[in-house]
Design a protein around this ligand. Structure first.
Ligand code: UDX
Ligand code: UDX
Length: 454
């Protein structure tokens, strides 16, 4: 095998291809995207996505065996394996709006592959897709009657943003689904051989294509379910003098439950969790499994209610009025170490606070550009990269993203410059609440009773 093409140079495609290029110097890796600005950014030292360790991964390969291009047709002609990593957002129109995946980009890519491929090609689903999308892909690719031959694989990505490089370097597992035919199995092996350059064979899992597609949705649904579960307990803890972090620790030490993904916060965000669960719900409804659909849909509903509850707590703590009060928002990204704000809880929370006529000053180390887009047209919001400046004169600080930067601040100095009484709502439970209380803050952690002077 000589050439790999990836269509879609985003959070998944970019880092994944950079890792393949780095680990396989004899393979030519082309990353294609219709967005010329994005391609240009990949060719510069200001990469289009913020991801720790990514530039260091890209730099030594770029121009040697890693190329970024807008000429997707040329890439298709050259490639032996084509990864498809385009976005599949939730549909906003028509049948299944708000729930089903919007597959228009996906279908366009399939047709483009069909129009340009000149030799037998392995096509790999890398985007998260509803189950049985591979079937639609196969129908399109086989619609011309056989030559060249296309083999379709599912190879879902499990990397998390912020730790993408680490996750790609040492994945818990690589999952490859393919047809059970002889040529399907040969394709599975060809892709497994690529990963085997750096991933131990026993971590490369092969399944049928439907299991692979479904596993991705299920992995994210289970992860999101844990967060909604612990957040539901946070609500109870706040009124019972239990502390949710203590509960999480106590249950997490049960090896059957495990300690990860039990951090209560402002609710989950990111491009995957909600979308994948809604995909799961949609397909269950399609098969008339309404009880199953309701069960999973509740994970998303819980997340919505949790964010609403967080805002209600702010309003009631601040004497039921935010009108004209200045509130500093610490963090807008959906989690630390990324500039990504897709489905970030901060979007809805900020909009709700603005509805209460609060004046917001948003601060984030990497996500301010995206935040400006997300809050475009909203009155009463300004943006300030320096959190200390953002806090000056504020009545309240609201921590929405778990950036380490926010831990290192001098809160005594911040408190002196704030309006009194000063409030702090720690939506990530990442600060030292006792110390903040001693400084003079009225502290409202998630899932714990407040520490107040009032
Ligand atoms: C359970 C808890 O496991 C234990 O930690 C707690 O202290 C008491 O309740 P037990 O009653 O012995 O223990 O049940 P267990 O054998 O663990 O299984 C409970 C039920 O869950 C069984 O009927 C089992 O078939 C079912 N089960 C278990 C599942 O349906 N899925 C699973 O993954 C595991
Ligand atoms: C997720 C999956 O982890 C990854 O395997 C999949 O490929 C894509 O979706 P990602 O969306 O990048 O990755 O972020 P993740 O780290 O999973 O966090 C998702 C959200 O859950 C964030 O908003 C995060 O802050 C929140 N979260 C996570 C919690 O609130 N508590 C936790 O304990 C863990």
């Amino acid at each position: 095998m000589k050439t790999i093409l990836c269509i879609g140079a985003g959070y998944v495609g970019g880092p994944t291809m950079a890792m393949i290029a780095r680990k396989c110097p004899d393979i030519k890796v082309i990353v294609g995207d219709i967005n010329a600005n994005r391609i240009q950014a990949w060719q510069s030292d200001r990469l289009p996505i913020f991801e720790p360790g990514l530039l260091e991964l890209v730099q030594p390969c770029r121009g040697k065996n890693l190329f970024f291009s807008t000429d997707i047709a040329a890439g298709i002609r050259e490639a032996d394996i084509i990864f498809v990593s385009v976005n599949t957002p939730t549909k906003t129109f028509g049948e299944g709006a708000g729930m089903a995946a919007d597959l228009q980009y996906w279908e366009k890519v399939a047709r483009e592959i069909l129009a340009n491929a000149t030799k037998d090609t392995i096509v790999v689903e890398k985007s998260t897709l509803p189950v049985r999308t591979a079937e639609a892909m196969a129908r399109i690719l086989h619609s011309h009657g056989g030559k060249p031959h296309f083999e379709i694989l599912s190879n879902p990505e499990f990397l998390a943003e912020g730790t993408a490089v680490k996750d790609l370097e040492a994945p818990d597992r690589v999952l490859i689904g393919g047809a059970t035919t002889a040529s399907g199995q040969r394709a599975v092996q060809a892709l497994a051989d690529v990963y085997a350059r750096w991933v131990p064979r026993e971590r490369i899992l092969t399944t049928n294509i439907w299991s692979s597609e479904l596993s991705k949705l299920v992995a994210n649904a289970f992860l999101a379910q844990r967060i909604s579960s612990i957040n539901s307990i946070a609500a109870l803890a706040e009124v019972t003098e239990a502390e949710v972090d203590e509960v999480a620790r106590a249950i997490g030490m049960d090896s059957r439950i495990g300690a990860k993904f039990l951090k209560a916060g402002v609710g989950f965000g990111g491009s995957c969790f909600q979308k994948d669960i809604l995909n799961l719900v949609y397909i269950c409804r399609h098969y008339h499994l309404n009880g199953v659909a309701d069960y999973w849909e509740q994970v998303v509903r819980m997340n919505e209610q949790h964010k609403a509850r967080f805002v209600n707590r702010i309003v009631s703590a601040m004497f039921n009025t935010l009108a004209g009060k200045r509130i500093a928002i610490f963090g807008f990204a959906f989690k630390a170490d990324t500039g990504d704000t897709r489905e970030s809880p901060a979007i809805g929370i900020c909009r709700r606070l603005l509805e209460e006529h609060a004046e917001l000053v948003v601060s984030d180390p990497a996500a301010l550009d995206n935040a400006k887009t997300d809050l475009r047209g909203a009155a009463g919001v300004t943006f300030e990269p320096d959190p200390v400046k953002a806090a000056a004169g504020a009545h309240a600080l609201v921590v929405l993203t778990d950036w380490a930067e926010f831990k290192a601040l001098d809160y005594a100095a911040i408190h002196r410059d704030m309006a009194q009484p000063a409030f702090l709502f720690d939506g990530r439970n990442m600060l030292d609440h006792q110390a903040l209380h001693t400084i003079g803050f009225n502290v409202y952690p998630v899932g714990k009773p407040p520490l107040t002077h009032l």
